[in-house]
Design a protein around this ligand. Sequence first.
Ligand SMILES: NC(=O)c1ccc[n+]([C@@H]2O[C@H](COP(=O)([O-])OP(=O)(O)OC[C@H]3O[C@@H](n4cnc5c(N)ncnc54)[C@H](OP(=O)(O)O)[C@@H]3O)[C@@H](O)[C@H]2O)c1
Length: 263
Amino acid sequence: MSIQSDFFRDRVVVITGASSGIGEQLALKLPVHGARVALASRSGDRLEELAARIGAEGREVLTVRTDVSSEPDVDRLIQTVRERWKRIDVFISNAGQYIQGSIEESPPDRFHASLAVNFFASMYAVTRLIPLMSAQGSGSIVFINSLDAKKGIVGDAPYAAAKSALDRYGDILRQEVREKGIHVLSVYPGRVDTAMIGHIQVPRMSPKISPGRVADAVIRGIRRKKAVVTVPGLYRPLGAGNDLFPRVFDRLYKWFRLEGRVR
Ligand SMILES: NC(=O)c1ccc[n+]([C@@H]2O[C@H](COP(=O)([O-])OP(=O)(O)OC[C@H]3O[C@@H](n4cnc5c(N)ncnc54)[C@H](OP(=O)(O)O)[C@@H]3O)[C@@H](O)[C@H]2O)c1
């Protein structure tokens, strides 16, 4: 469903992980709503290609090659956007990596690597965004989380542990910055058809959804100042269900092989 509104007109939106998947869809869709977009990821060439497409439509776009697990890089990203447009209205912390491994076989380094990109990257940005958005008196911070933070999938501990940390961090941040006029949105997608899980074949009962559908849900969530968006919405009761009946959900996940199969 396309969303028409003036909400994003001239707003400055930063998207991390814009070179692929959900981030790429956000990068293509938000300018159509009138946003000025700053695109960040490690692969500069891919960002330049996207920027050329967006610029050809007469939209304002900026690319900043960034490794979000590096605090100085995140600092530079935010500085560069501020120098160009003087403000940041929306920051979408989307960059992520699906770092898997059984707990028994995963060395601590694997957890550190996952936390670096899937948790600390967001924290580096937030530290800089709070004073900036407080001074503006407005702003939205968006975390692209995962349903893995609501119910862990066997073999996903490094990824799920980082996303779970981000889950609670976002929950508390939302409460702490509300009175400064800052909106915080956490987004929980199910399986999405992107390069990240291209190696995984999922069971028919939990099909991969398109990254465009997730991007539309994110855009709607920002516009409506939602606290939480789960996509598909059908999975909304998952966290509460697992808290109440963890063993039932363990069995359901195992029975339906929801971890999927490596191709
Ligand atoms: N796919 C799913 O099933 C699924 C489900 C739930 C949640 N999510 C979440 O959705 C978000 C987007 O993932 P996706 O599915 O769109 O995957 P994707 O197509 O693999 O895109 C991941 C993006 O993150 C960027 N990235 C990775 N490491 C980075 C780093 N250190 N610094 C900067 N950018 C980095 C990648 O760009 P470069 O490689 O160019 O840096 C790429 O643009 C992630 O947070 C993911 O956890 C995905």
